[in-house]
Design a protein around this ligand. Structure first.
Ligand code: SAH
Ligand code: F3S
Length: 482
């Protein structure tokens, strides 16, 4: 299952094609959300134009970059441990190695990083990657370098990311950066800045280029994709100051989805993440209209209690969320829906927790991603509310919602039994080399005996069996989408 934070991907380092003229070696690894993995490809592209080839050996690296996540304390601790590892390697035989921190922790901690972690030479926030060549020149002259300026315009629309350790079938394309929603628990608005959208023309060009290279599925990425709005550049919050002409020709997320679906009718499109307060009916209607837009919506809700939703500044009620769910089910009956949930937000009572369980029972999500509340410095919740729910209570509530989600996932998975579904083959199954693994439109993983098919083929698969989260089937022929 692909998701914002894919545990199997954490800490993967990138390998790119080697250029003969490049003499220095870059080791780059990423933590956190898909946007970070995507950004690391942009960073690697910039550095490959500046003398660096990638390596997977820390011991050989001239430069080590770690793209970091701040979403929960645990994510930051993981990165601190990696810095200790780099330090050990540097001391034991690679004394000239330089270390840079990228991404959300760089933005959150800024120059504090240089003080707290002696190993760090370079600190670069998510909007400053184009400045890397200059910053590296400083570092080579023996100075520490930092750029954590957040931008109003930067979308990296003009950099075509190199994609190498991928399956060659599915790719991610960023469409917005930053987030303006200011959920009170969330550090993202502080680390990734204000929300801005990327020029649709550059998005379509990247998609066309991916199609030419044989890719078959694109996931449009953003912290809050439904809020996408292009009116010639600039921040979302400045849209009201746009000219009448700009307003009349603005491109919304529904329109962008349609442009993508029409530009490459044989390609599948997904998107992540949707925010209930920003998702509009026209997005659901566009999904229904185009067969090549996958029938899956990741729609985080965080809590089922109106009181907690308000304290989280989620801008919608439980009832409004149900209305959205009802609309999705009415317009796209076979749509899969998933959630993110937080347990133990400050002041959460047993009754609030029961509201979360009952909300889940109403929706019966296909998938879910659940977390215990982790207080983040600088957020409104940290400044205004005491982190008053004991760790043990957070964990117990978390266990209860995970348990319920497993039941629902199992229920949803079973609904596919006996059906014939189109699957895009991505790779060999992890468990068996005789099986292919791919996903149906609803994003459920499907495995089936290989037969004459290959990765990148759209195959109709009869679903014969399932585990909690995986479907098992037999291919019955190619889909006419190939
Ligand atoms: N809109 C973003 C959300 C990013 S954070 C997106 O692209 O998905 C991903 C999830 O992490 C959130 O939906 C939330 O459930 C969880 N999360 C965020 N801040 C958190 C915190 N302080 N403690 C625990 N979980 C948190
Ligand atoms: Fe965070 Fe809320 Fe935006 S969870 S990324 S502030 S929609």
């Amino acid at each position: 299952m692909e998701k914002i934070i894919d545990e199997t991907q954490q800490g993967n380092s990138l390998v790119l094609e080697q250029k003969a003229e490049n003499t220095r070696k870059l080791f780059i690894e990423s933590y956190g959300c898909q946007m970070n993995f995507s950004d690391s490809e942009i960073v690697a592209s910039i550095l490959s134009e500046n003398g660096f080839n990638t390596t997977q050996n820390l011991e050989d690296a001239d430069l080590v970059l770690v793209n970091t996540c701040s979403i929960r304390d645990k994510a930051e601790q993981t990165v601190r441990k990696r810095l200790e590892k780099y330090n050990a390697v540097k001391r034991q035989g690679n004394p000239n190695m330089k270390v840079g921190v990228l991404g959300c922790m760089a933005e959150r901690l800024k120059s504090k990083f240089l003080e707290e972690e002696k190993i760090v030479d370079l600190v670069v926030g998510p909007d400053a990657y184009k400045d890397l060549p200059n910053l590296l020149a400083e570092v080579e002259d023996g100075r520490e370098a930092i750029n954590v300026i957040l931008s109003k315009e930067e979308t990296y629309g003009d950099i075509s990311p190199v994609r190498l350790n991928t399956n060659g079938v599915t790719a991610f394309v960023s469409i917005t950066r930053g987030c303006d929603n200011m959920c009170t628990f969330c550090v993202v608005p502080f680390t990734r800045g204000r929300e801005r959208s990327r020029d649709p023309q550059s998005i379509i060009e990247e998609i066309n280029d991916l199609a030419n290279k044989g890719y078959k599925e694109v996931t449009l990425l953003g912290q809050n994709v439904d809020s996408y709005l292009w009116y010639g550049g600039g921040l979302k919050k400045d849209f009201e100051k746009a000219t009448d002409m700009q307003k009349a020709t603005a491109v919304s997320f529904a329109k962008l989805l349609e442009l993508c679906a029409q530009a490459q009718p044989k390609m599948r499109f997904r998107f992540s993440t949707s925010n209930p307060q920003d998702m509009t009916l026209d997005v659901i209607e566009t999904m229904a209209k185009y067969q090549n837009i996958c029938k899956y919506i990741h729609l985080p809700v965080q809590s089922g209690s109106n009181r907690i939703l308000k304290a989280m500044n989620r801008q919608h009620t439980r009832e409004e969320y149900f209305e959205m769910i009802d609309n999705i089910r009415r317009i796209i009956p076979d749509c899969a829906i998933s959630q993110d949930m937080i347990t133990g937000f400050p002041t959460e009572t047993e009754e609030d927790h029961q509201d979360t369980l009952s909300l889940m029972a109403y929706v019966k999500y296909d998938f879910g991603f659940m977390f215990a509340y982790s207080e983040r410095p600088g957020t409104l919740a940290e400044r205004k509310l005491e982190d008053d729910i004991p760790e043990a209570t957070k964990k117990r509530r978390l266990q209860e919602i995970i348990q319920l989600q497993q039941e629902h996932s199992h229920y949803r998975t079973q609904q596919h039994l006996g059906k014939i579904e189109e699957v895009l083959i991505e790779k060999a199954s992890k468990k068996s080399d005789a099986h292919w693994s791919g996903r149906n439109s609803q994003n459920t993983v499907v495995v089936f005996p290989k037969g004459p098919y290959k990765p990148g083929d759209f195959v109709n698969v009869k679903i014969t069996d399932c585990t909690t989260a995986t479907l098992i089937g037999e291919a019955v022929g190619c889909s006419n989408n190939n």
